[in-house]
Design a protein around this ligand. Structure first.
Ligand SMILES: [Zn+2]
Length: 1131
């Protein structure tokens, strides 16, 4: 495909063209949909009001937005334009024809091998037989020199660069130039680009590097910023780091990778092949899979397969056009000891690196005339055995390891010795072996050639993933790498926070830059150009953290803190970008000079994102607002969703007597809650203001908090009631709130759709009742500890002690606070020294009213004991048997089967965003705000691990336990839904649309900014960028400004618009009437407001390959589950 970036056509397509941003429409906005839920559920909410969405909910004062608003309103009452659309749910059918269905085969595997290696006499016999056929099917060997430079692990990213990586890359240029038949591959663009930038004054070296790439000696594989973790990472960040790497390669080297390389992540995800294929990759290599999978696939000669997606029906053809071919390494690791063949002692004779003073396992002797035949025989024996595992008899042999080739001499040692062996083998025709150095691309080229030309077994198709990863090579008994799904949760959460903030920053930046460009405001444009650097820093911090020793929490403690500082720096930058972008969009008369001139700071209006983190490892806090009695306090909210959302915004205020109005001066529902200064004391210094924000698609909206006189209106008083444990009753003093003792044994929190019942004694959930469907499920939450096995639970591994009992810490008497309000009610339960958990319901008739929100805070650092794994268990009466579902990188859901014949720890799976269980009546979904390990330990249960405190190393190279626990927040939604039968029982597992909606709200909360300055600067208080909302099942993954064609550090006028049509289950009945029930098969791309689009091209995932020009903006189609990328060039 050609590498092309459309920028300047002369055609100005005015507003209409807009884009991809704006899609669809009308369809969603039938009578039954958006507004008008009012009055339907009042009977369920006897004592608290319910806030309904309605046509008249929002009025906007700015003239230029008025016509737009009335336009949108008129849409609300129209019937859908797409005639075929109805309320019928169309299931996404699963792929049926597949050779290897992982979910079905996995339970049948051999989990208890008798030895560390699967190579036995059967394998040996097959090899001997194959060897007799070499005259007809010669052994082809590609020897692939490589290194594995972790961007942080035992040392920080920078330390590794200085001590190893810079030497490796410098040596690479010199030695590849010297040895013309030597090859090398490189994956990590974070390092490559850092090194390249330091070659600025050495253009000759840069030219040599380009020559080496062009002549095929050096291949860039994958081209991601890092070799991403595949368990805890979210698909948004996985795509983002791939774009960062690919765009750097495009602008700097003109390189487009087509083969992917993933040799160290601890298990492999089924989402990765989809992303790689969408980015234009043809082939991929994976390494660390469960020992039982390696044996099974090796026995069947199926270590190479076409890796399919469950929803990709169109690829059910035989040609595999557009499919990705995956090669799974047959042996345990990527080092020479494990890679030359099945016999490690022999392989160690062919690692020729000898560095004075370095301790090494190698048993190699220099190749000379005397020993060359003997050594060649040995080596060909190993390579032959390796080749016998594949129908095509092409062997891929890795020669490298972590940080290899850092010494110049190693290049000579490996090259010269292997070269002698190659010469001898190639010259001796009796071997029937053809051997040479090669890249990953060279290997796959040979494989495809043989598949085309020879009558050999073709690769099977495979569906599924490779979690969990279990090894047996290290200890001679199965060890499960399921601890890292949870390890260091505070960083996992911070990473997700950065992802959310960066996404908002990207979208706002792209729009603001287009606006100021079109306005011709040179000063603002300059400001936007300066801010691009913040975006780059944040992109690269987020990208770096997807590395398989970063988000996994498996680096040394001080390295984790280095990552934390980088995340923090990126996070601070995104706040600047968001504030600057919003300012240039909303304010006027604010010249660039004013905004940077200190002398006029008091005059300079400011928007301050309301997320204050004092240090890189502190939890987010909020600013306390002093509301002015004259002007009030303005709050600006950014809705990054391309459709309407309802949010309950929270800010801290000093004066509790307030009211809140929206940008058309209408008062919105609000509620003032007390703040607990300790578990038994309320402060009278600060209060939490909650207010309802109805936000239009892709919009900035201003709300104003006003002080109101106490005496004027009774309603001005905080109207919440506070209930407490008996023991606290007498100690609480605060005139604002009405304190009561909890009398009933059960505490109820009711929303319009559900009633949640809690025990007064434990303060924890007992049951959920769905009101409209009259379904009740007994669901108990518990907080428990596993005692871990010493040295067997560490940063990577998880192994609970089988004889130590599980500690229930939620069976004692907690401190319980209940706040009953008219907007939101919440129950907070504190177990001293363990966890504080808040359960919350919203008295709203949109998605927020549909589930139970759970926030829990914990700090295991306070614990004196070690080797504990804190987890939350949901024990329900759902007859889910041994089936449960977990998400894959937040992109799709996967069925899991609990296997009782393997240990508990082997039944844990990674969860990034969601897990659910179900029976014929109901489904129970747990949505998460960051990655966790998760299982269903018995029918009806779901368990998520919250944190781990481990004294000892688990012998996987880290050399440390995990003792640097931090105060951490974990945030969940619990959703009970009724199941329903449909015409088709076959569909891929997926969340309901309601599940997707709550997951999006959880992962991408609206950005809240407080305003400082004079009101005169406000040019407008409201701004929306789309004239019609997108379909409610289309997630705006990103709108990310691209660099210019020639300069990676400069923003262009093009952005990548990435859309994911999420799909949804048809087997669940929505209990929010009318919510998102209509799905057009096509999307209408209509107008973007305030920005003009010049051209739109559909591209590959990372914007590298141009697929087609989008001319007909009325019939964009994205099939459910698919991610599409468009290059949108603004005028
Ligand atoms: Zn690694």
């Amino acid at each position: 495909m050609m590498l092309c970036f459309p920028r300047k056509g002369r055609v100005r397509l005015m507003l209409i063209f807009l884009s991809l941003i704006a899609m669809c429409l009308v369809v969603l906005y039938r009578n039954s949909d958006v507004p008008n839920l009012s009055g339907q559920h009042d009977d369920h909410s006897s004592t608290v009001p319910v806030y309904h969405r309605s046509n008249g909910r929002t009025h906007y004062s700015d003239d230029q937005d008025r016509s737009l608003i009335s336009h949108m309103k008129s849409k609300f009452s129209q019937q859908p334009v797409v005639s075929k659309v109805s309320g019928m749910c169309t299931p996404v059918s699963p792929l049926t024809k597949v050779d290897i269905n992982v979910t079905q085969v996995y339970p049948t595997l051999n989990f208890y091998p008798s030895q560390r290696s699967y190579w036995n006499q059967t394998f040996e016999n097959r090899y001997v037989k194959r060897r007799r056929e070499w005259a007809n099917l010669p052994l082809k060997v590609i020897v692939l020199p490589h290194t594995h430079p972790d961007p942080g692990w035992l040392k920080t990213y920078d330390e590794y660069y200085i001590t190893s990586v810079s030497y490796i890359l410098n040596n690479m240029v010199k030695k590849l130039n010297e040895y013309k038949d030597l090859t090398f591959i490189w994956a990590e663009i974070s390092y490559f680009s850092y090194w390249w930038d330091r070659l600025k004054n050495q253009p000759q070296v840069q030219k040599t590097v380009k020559d080496l790439i062009n002549n095929g000696q050096l291949e860039i594989v994958t081209g991601g910023w890092v070799m991403t973790d595949e368990a805890a990472a979210h698909y948004h960040a996985m795509i983002d780091q791939l774009i960062e790497g690919h765009q750097w390669l495009r602008t700097t080297l003109g390189v487009v990778p087509s083969n992917a390389w993933s040799i160290d992540p601890f298990g492999h995800s089924s989402t990765i092949p989809y992303l790689l294929k969408s980015a234009g990759m043809k082939n991929m290599f994976i390494q660390r899979t469960h020992f039982a999978w390696k044996q099974y696939l090796a026995e069947k000669q199926q270590l190479e397969f076409w890796w399919k997606q469950n929803f990709n029906l169109f690829s059910q053809n035989q040609s595999h056009e557009g499919d990705i071919l995956c090669h799974m390494s047959p042996f345990d690791l990527y080092s020479i000891k494990h890679s030359c063949g099945p016999h490690q002692k022999v392989c160690l004779m062919f690692d020729f690196r000898r560095i004075p003073g370095e301790i090494s396992e190698t048993m190699a002797e220099q190749i000379n005339k005397q020993n060359v035949q003997k050594q060649a025989d040995l080596l060909v024996g190993q390579y032959g055995r390796l080749g016998s595992l594949f129908p095509h008899n092409v062997a891929l042999v890795l020669v490298g390891d972590d940080f290899r080739y850092n010494h110049e001499v190693e290049w000579d040692q490996q090259y010269k010795n292997y070269k002698k062996l190659f010469n001898f083998i190639n010259a001796n025709k009796d071997y029937n072996v053809d051997i040479k150095f090669g890249t990953l691309g060279d290997y796959f080229q040979e494989v495809h050639k043989r598949m085309r030309n020879l009558n050999i077994d073709k690769p099977p198709t495979l569906l599924g993933d490779f979690f969990p990863y279990g090894d047996v090579y290290a200890d001679g008994r199965p060890s499960y790498w399921t601890g890292y799904f949870t390890t260091r949760p505070m960083w996992k959460k911070f990473c997700r926070d950065l992802q959310s903030w960066l996404r908002s920053a990207e979208i706002l930046y792209s729009l603001a830059k287009a606006v100021v460009t079109q306005q011709g405001n040179a000063q603002f444009l300059e400001l936007m150009h300066q801010n691009y650097e913040h975006l780059t820093v944040a992109r690269q911090a987020l990208g770096l953290f997807q590395h398989h020793d970063a988000i996994t929490g498996t680096s040394k403690q001080r390295v984790m803190h280095d990552y934390g500082q980088k995340l923090f720096k990126g996070f601070q930058g995104t706040k600047d970008v968001i504030a600057t972008s919003a300012k240039v969009l909303l304010f006027q008369n604010m010249t660039y000079k004013q905004s940077v001139d200190d002398r006029q700071m008091s005059e300079t209006p400011k928007l301050i994102p309301d997320d204050k983190r004092l240090y890189y490892d502190s939890l987010p806090e909020k600013n306390v607002l002093l509301v002015s009695s004259s002007d009030g306090q303005k709050i600006v909210l950014f809705n990054s969703f391309p459709f309407h959302r309802q949010e309950v915004a929270r800010v801290l205020i000093k004066n509790p007597h307030v009211r809140v109005v929206n940008s058309s001066n209408q008062e919105v529902p609000s509620q003032v809650n007390p703040i607990w200064s300790s578990s038994a004391e309320i402060t009278d210094k600060v209060y939490q203001l909650n207010f309802l924000a109805d936000l239009l698609p892709l919009s900035l909206s201003t709300f104003t908090i006003f002080i109101r006189e106490k005496s004027i209106d009774k309603k001005s008083e905080p109207s919440v009631s506070v209930f407490v444990n008996d023991a606290l009753d007498s100690s609480l003093k605060n005139t604002l709130f009405n304190f009561q003792v909890i009398h009933n044994e059960n505490i109820a929190l009711n929303s319009p759709y559900l009633s949640a019942t809690f025990s007064k004694y434990t303060g924890l959930l007992k049951s959920l009742h769905l009101l409209s469907q009259d379904i009740t499920s007994q669901i108990e939450t518990k907080f428990l500890y596993y005692n871990s096995e010493e040295f067997r639970s560490g940063a990577y591994l998880f192994q609970p002690n089988p004889v130590s009992p599980i500690l229930n810490i939620s069976d004692r008497f907690p401190i319980v606070h209940l706040i009953q309000g008219h907007l939101v009610s919440e129950l907070t339960t504190t177990y001293p020294n363990t966890a504080t958990t808040t359960f919350r319901v919203y008295h709203l008739d949109g998605p927020l009213g549909a589930g139970l929100e759970i926030e829990t805070k914990f700090d295991l650092y306070k614990r004196k004991h070690y080797n504990l794994e804190l987890f939350m268990r949901l024990e329900s009466d759902l007859a889910s048997e041994d089936i449960f579902y977990t998400d894959s990188n937040g992109f799709q859901m996967t069925q899991r089967i609990r296997l009782d014949h393997i240990p508990l720890e082997a039944n844990f799976y990674p969860v990034s965003t969601a897990a659910y269980i179900e029976d014929t009546q109901a489904r129970l979904t747990l949505l998460t705000s960051n990655a966790h390990g998760c299982t269903s330990s018995q029918s009806g249960n779901l368990e998520v691990v919250l944190d781990r405190r481990l004294a000892y190393d688990d012998s996987r190279g880290l050399g440390e336990g995990v003792l640097d626990n931090k105060p951490t927040n974990a945030h969940f939604w619990l959703l009970l839904e009724e199941r329903q039968r449909t015409t088709s029982d076959r569909e891929i597992p997926n969340l309901s649309q309601l599940g997707h909606a709550l997951s999006s709200i959880l992962n991408y909360p609206a950005i809240v900014m407080t305003f400082e300055g004079s009101e005169k600067y406000f040019q407008r208080k409201f701004l929306t960028f789309v004239q019609n909302p997108f379909p409610c099942d289309v997630h705006l993954v990103n709108l990310r400004t691209l660099p210019t064609v020639i300069n990676f550090n400069k923003p262009s006028s093009s952005s990548l618009l990435i859309l994911h049509r999420q799909g949804h289950t048809c087997h669940v009945k929505s209990h929010v009437p009318g919510y998102c029930t209509h799905y057009p098969s096509k999307m209408r791309l209509s107008e973007l407001s305030h920005v003009q689009v010049e051209s739109v091209y559909q591209t590959s995932l990372t914007g590298i390959h141009v697929l087609q020009k989008i001319l007909q903006l009325n019939d964009i189609q994205i099939q459910p589950m698919e991610v599409h990328t468009y290059n949108v060039t603004f005028v």
